[in-house]
Design a protein around this ligand. Structure first.
Ligand code: 1GP
Length: 240
């Protein structure tokens, strides 16, 4: 069953733009779940992503279980580590950090995840993950010990995304990093999009409606926002 992936493709065919709210278990107060998810439910959000770069073994499962009490939106794991895999979610982005050259994040953790994944009914969505420089070192670069791609070497970013697609990846994610000073450049997004047949996700550093619209208008099919909602829940209302 590929319901979530198929629904993403159907939405794109219908000209709809998608928004994922990212909840990082390490930064989120579980007591606020009910209030926060009610805000998500009445917003333009279409998906909830759960995950983060730093790891606390049990917190992802506890948080996903709590989120599920309050929403019917698809809950997708965006894991920084094998320990964040839980069958309580609906799907998992099976991320390969193809911008970097750390074998652990290209294939190593994936191999170690299999014994856990095969005991779940999670929909596994192979995703190419491309970290692009954004003005400061981000948690992803630090935790994965990789360098982001240079934003002015656009051809290299385009070729990396295309190589991921040709390897069979089902989604491509351009990432500036959580809390990035600047989002992925609006010049990069259309050039990558033009060369891909698979859906394009863009995230990192998007903090206002204009930046969200810029990402959509540049060709992002789905945008991921975490920090702006963490910092100020009234951002949900700004997006209506
Ligand atoms: C991080 O792209 C996501 O992986 C979201 O980033 O927290 O900056 O919105 P922000």
């Amino acid at each position: 069953m590929n319901n979530i992936y198929n629904n993403i493709n159907d939405s794109i065919l219908n000209g709809e733009k998608l928004l994922a709210v990212l909840i990082d278990p390490d930064k989120f107060l579980i007591e606020t779940t009910c209030r926060f998810i009610k805000k998500v439910n009445t917003s333009i959000a279409t998906h909830i992503f759960v995950g983060g770069s730093t790891v606390d073994v049990d917190s992802t499962e506890i948080l996903v279980t709590e989120i599920k009490k309050y929403t019917n939106l698809p809950i997708v794991l965006f894991p920084g580590d094998v320990s964040q895999i839980t069958d309580e979610a609906d799907a998992i982005l099976f991320l390969s950090l193809i911008s970097g050259r750390n074998p652990e994040y290209l294939i190593g953790k994936h191999v170690r995840s299999i014994s856990k994944l095969k005991n779940t009914s999670l929909e596994v969505i192979s995703t190419g993950y491309i970290l692009i420089e954004s003005g400061k070192e981000t948690a992803v670069a630090c935790v994965t010990d990789t360098k982001p791609m240079l934003r002015n070497n656009i051809q290299n970013i385009i070729d990396t995304a295309k190589a991921g697609e040709l390897l069979g990846m089902k989604l491509m994610y351009l990432e500036a990093g959580s809390g990035a000073t600047v989002p992925v450049d609006a010049d990069i997004i259309p050039l990558v999009k033009k060369n891909l047949k698979i859906p394009l996700i863009v995230g990192g550093g998007i903090r206002c409606k204009q930046q969200l619209e810029n990402a959509y208008n540049s060709g992002a099919d789905m945008v991921v926002i975490g920090t702006a909602f963490e910092d100020d829940e009234s951002f949900f209302d700004d997006l209506k």
